[in-house]
Design a protein around this ligand. Structure first.
Ligand code: DX5
Ligand code: ZN
Length: 230
């Protein structure tokens, strides 16, 4: 997987039909998705529960591209091997999920997976400073994690800009997660983000038997983001 800063759209299957993940994944990839974002929630770190490594392993063969697993769980370390064995390309853990994030990031990289660091809206971006050589991706949460369909938190845009400057030449992706749609995508793209996660804004209006709206939605987000870079 080579590194580049082009805009990548990563539909979150949190907004997909949970009884049809295989077909939903094929549909969004056929309709232009770059990465597939997989939200793992434990009902403890966040007030919602989704699924675990067994589901990740089951959906992996249906993903042609990049499998981006976002762990909203605490503790993290005991489960890293299981998620790596499920075939995740990126495994992202939250800074707020435990006292030893550096150890967690090292453990993720030791599996051969790429390591992501997620920051909640209330966490200052400076917290990432000492970790930038230990990560492949930093995820700025633009909603409080736990649910799809929430309102984008505009105060996070300044964090994206500061993070972009801190990263410099390092091959580290900046991912935005929460409330991304064609109106907010340009704001974060202009500030330096390259991976745009979108759940409700991708899946709205479509279904596995009518997936053309997924393509329209993905193209609208991408076009809005790329226009901000010109
Ligand atoms: C929120 C999840 C997001 C979520 C985004 O906790 O991490 O990935 O699915 O959903 P939207 O795009 O609907 O805000
Ligand atoms: Zn997510």
């Amino acid at each position: 997987m080579s590194f580049d800063r082009s805009i990548k759209i990563a539909p979150s299957i949190l907004s997909a039909d949970f009884a049809n993940f295989g077909q939903e994944i094929r549909a969004v990839e056929d309709q232009g998705a770059d990465w597939v974002h997989v939200d793992v929630m434990d009902g403890h770190f966040v007030p919602n529960i989704t699924f675990g490594p067994a589901t990740c392993k089951a959906i992996r063969p249906h993903i042609r591209g990049v499998m981006d697993v976002h762990l909203m769980i605490s503790p993290v370390d005991a489960y890293i091997d299981a998620f790596a064995q499920s075939g995740a390309d990126f495994i992202t853990a939250h800074l707020e999920a435990g006292p030893h994030i550096h150890r967690t990031l090292q453990a993720i990289r030791a599996t051969g997976a790429k390591a992501g660091l997620a920051l909640n809206p209330g966490t200052p971006v400076e917290a990432a400073k000492g970790l930038l050589d230990d990560v492949d991706l930093v995820c700025i949460m633009t909603v409080n994690p736990g649910f799809g369909g929430q309102k984008f938190i505009h105060s996070q845009i300044d964090k994206v800009r500061a993070l972009r400057a801190m990263i410099g030449d390092r091959p580290v992706h900046i991912e935005i997660d929460g409330g991304v749609d064609p109106t907010t995508a340009p704001l974060v793209a202009e500030a330096g983000a390259d991976v745009l996660v979108a759940g409700s804004a991708v899946f709205k209006g479509g279904s596995v038997s009518n997936s053309a709206p997924y393509g329209d939605n993905i193209r609208a987000i991408r076009a809005a983001a790329e226009a901000a870079l010109r």
